[in-house]
Ligand binder design. Structure first.
Ligand code: ADP
Length: 205
């Protein structure tokens, strides 16, 4: 079984997906991390990046100037789109290939996919879980974690579907507005539910 965990910026995707993976004895992948890895020199994403952008965003040592690129992505939607056009197909393929390996090894897979519905990957997964918190709480947790300004947080959130919309498309919603303990309890319940579905043969993928 493969399970996608999504949500909003700072809603708790990373926290929840890692707990779910432990609860289900599953492998765990983080799509953001795979994208970051692809941007390292020598990887396919980096190669295609240089083909599209030349050396505009490279440091003298040949690696990507992440700060400059981040600013460009914020300022210009064409840069963001071009970057996504490079990375998304590569990473989507990587996740699919990894899942084939998991299936062969009899393992389950939990994947943290921040923009699951925005990029239309929901059909790649047997189950889609959305991690919900209120906008205000999201804001406070991201500010505490990343030190981003209110303006930066608002801009990132504006580029995503509202969390309430994502919840409507979810198979399951985890409400991460409470304590860690409350979240762990919900995920323990969810893990058991999904394992039950699996043993009933109700998970298609
Ligand atoms: P995301 O992966 O969606 O960006 P994280 O899982 O990294 O979100 O959570 C964002 C921040 O909020 C982190 O610093 C995390 O430790 C904190 N956090 C997550 N869940 C809770 C919770 N239930 N209570 C308090 N803080 C939380």
């Amino acid at each position: 079984m493969n399970i996608a965990v999504t949500g909003g910026l700072g809603s708790g995707k990373s926290t929840a997906s890692r707990i779910l993976a432990v609860a289900m004895s599953a492998e765990h992948l983080d799509v953001d991390e795979l994208c970051r890895q692809q941007m390292h020199p020598g990887n396919l994403g980096f190669k295609q990046f240089v083909e599209v952008f030349g050396n505009r965003y490279l440091l003298p040592d040949g690696s990507i100037n992440r700060q400059l690129l981040r600013q460009a992505v914020f300022a210009d939607s064409r840069v963001k789109n071009d970057l996504e056009k490079i990375l998304h197909p590569i990473v989507q393929r990587q996740v699919a290939e990894y899942y084939v390996q998991c299936l062969a090894a009899g393992k389950r897979l939990v994947v943290e996919v921040p923009l699951l519905f925005e990029v239309g990957w929901q059909h790649d997964f047997a189950v889609c879980v959305v991690v919900y918190v209120s906008e205000e709480l999201c804001f406070n947790r991201v500010a505490a974690r990343d030190g981003f300004t209110a303006d930066a947080i608002q801009r990132i959130c504006a580029a995503q579907l509202p969390l309430s919309e994502k919840c409507k498309s979810a198979d399951f919603v985890v409400d991460n507005s409470g304590t860690f303990v409350s979240t762990v309890k919900q995920i323990a319940w969810l893990g058991e539910k999904l394992l039950g579905r699996e043993s009933d043969g109700k998970c298609a993928k």
